[in-house]
Design a protein around this ligand. Structure first.
Ligand SMILES: [Zn+2]
Length: 116
């Protein structure tokens, strides 16, 4: 499952961030997920709940997800319009739109606490 391996990478990033900042536990992990990224958010949450139980640092953390709308840009007229899937055409020029946003997937922030 795609989302499991994605979440494994996220947890690895989170653990490295926790270690380099001397955090003893994480409170939250915030991800930015574009609607064109092909990532299934339900599956992602499921993977998080399943994987975090094995990680003492992350066990208590919550997962925050910010969804980004898809954006397509017309190569002809430069107009940017909201899109919800690939392969859409510009309404004015009939040109295939290029993805201008909404295909991102990244860790935006991690919060945690130090002991004492
Ligand atoms: Zn156009």
């Amino acid at each position: 499952m795609h989302e499991f391996s994605l979440m494994e990478s996220v947890l690895r990033i989170a653990k490295e961030a926790a270690e380099s900042n001397n955090l003893s536990r994480l409170n939250s992990i915030t991800l930015v997920v574009g609607k064109l990224s092909g990532v299934n958010i339900e599956a992602l949450r499921f993977a998080f709940e399943a994987l975090k139980t094995e990680e003492p640092l992350i066990k208590e953390a919550t997962l925050e997800i910010e969804e980004k709308e898809g954006e397509g840009k017309c190569p002809q007229c430069g107009k940017i319009v909201p899109v919800w899937h690939y392969d859409l055409l510009c309404r004015d020029c009939n040109m295939p739109l290029q993805v201008a946003g909404g295909d991102e997937f990244y860790v935006k922030s991690i919060t945690g606490e130090r002991d004492g």
